[in-house]
Design a protein around this ligand. Structure first.
Ligand code: FES
Length: 316
């Protein structure tokens, strides 16, 4: 029986791969990116705040995945209510409820589109093409549901049901493309690797080899770490940007933060918190000290539960 359902996976695989190969989308997609960047620039000083809100930097998590649940849920409910309305013609309320849920889905879809565009702006190659197809299919679904709501508003419930049903089908299909963006292309996934680092302090660099304000990569217990000296303190942060994995050693100091060299996310030197997006997850941080002229690092205490055999390593 399970083998009989493999065609679903084959169709999804074919569709996602096909969307990734649409190279003719590259030119319009870069134009669209420029339009988005231009739109943000129009906001002037509010640009960073808007980006942080859309990318989820303020809450430490991408916003788009949560918002996509709204149209999927609302339009699923609309389908159920439409079926109930057809099956129970004498019962009042189903039509109104269906129209209401279509409207809620429209609002959620619009919000998800805006946050999705903000996330998509920084993608490239296959993920960019797949993301654009995902967005276009969602916009088509949104258009159908807007038309459905308007038809229902005018009393054309039969046509309204058909339109929102089609929109719902497109949304479900597009959800596979969205999942592909996360699971295969890792859009929205934390790329910082979050490796633990040494449990005990280990020397990584002579203190006089670290120039003030200049990031330097070191390795501790096979974990890459970026050191940066600033205001008399030595900070140690993860070597990969959580957003899309840029090498943070190529970044630079800006006030009390380390700036990502690819898309400009800023991470607080002390806590690793993203204070400017598009990154939303924090950059890992490590404890540092200077002992016998050597910079030493170890993992932060209390960040994670330790395996039982490592608990004693902290003592002493
Ligand atoms: S890789 Fe995009 S902000 Fe760092």
């Amino acid at each position: 029986m399970a083998h009989g359902q493999e065609w679903i996976g084959d169709v999804v695989e074919w569709a996602t791969r096909a969307s990734e190969r649409l190279t003719w989308l590259d030119r319009p997609s870069y134009r669209l990116e420029h339009v988005i960047a231009w739109g943000f620039n129009l906001l002037g000083a509010g640009s960073d705040r808007m980006r942080n809100a859309l990318n989820g930097t303020y809450i430490g998590h991408p916003v788009h995945p949560a918002l996509t649940a709204v149209p999927v849920g609302a339009w699923s409910a609309a389908v159920v209510l439409d079926v109930a309305d057809i099956a129970n013609r004498q019962r009042p309320g189903f039509r109104e409820a269906a129209q209401l849920t279509v409207g809620v889905g429209i609002l959620g879809s619009a919000a998800a589109s805006v946050t999705g565009l903000a996330d998509w702006q920084y993608t490239h190659d296959e993920m960019r093409r797949a993301g654009l197809v995902h967005g276009l299919v969602n916009i088509a679904a949104l258009g159908l549901c807007i038309a459905s709501w308007w038809d229902r508003h005018r009393g054309l419930h039969g046509r309204g049901r058909v339109l929102s049903g089609l929109g719902y089908g497109l949304t479900v299909a597009s959800s596979f493309l969205g999942g592909n963006l996360v699971y295969r292309h890792q859009v929205g996934v934390d790329h910082s690797t979050n490796e633990l680092g040494p449990a005990k302090f280990v020397p990584v660099l002579p203190a006089d080899h670290l120039d003030d304000g200049v990031p330097q990569r070191v390795v501790a217990d096979e974990v890459g770490i970026v050191l940066i000296a600033h205001n008399g303190a030595v900070h140690a942060l993860g070597e990969r940007c959580p957003h899309l994995g840029a090498p943070m050693v190529d970044g630079w100091l800006y006030r009390d933060s380390l700036v990502c060299p690819w898309h400009g996310s800023c991470f607080d030197l002390g806590t690793g918190t993203a204070i400017r997006g598009p990154a939303s997850a924090p950059l890992p941080t490590f404890e540092t000290r200077i002992q016998d002229g050597q910079i030493e690092v170890r993992r932060q205490r209390g960040v994670r539960s330790e395996p039982p055999d490592e608990v004693s390593a902290y003592e002493g």
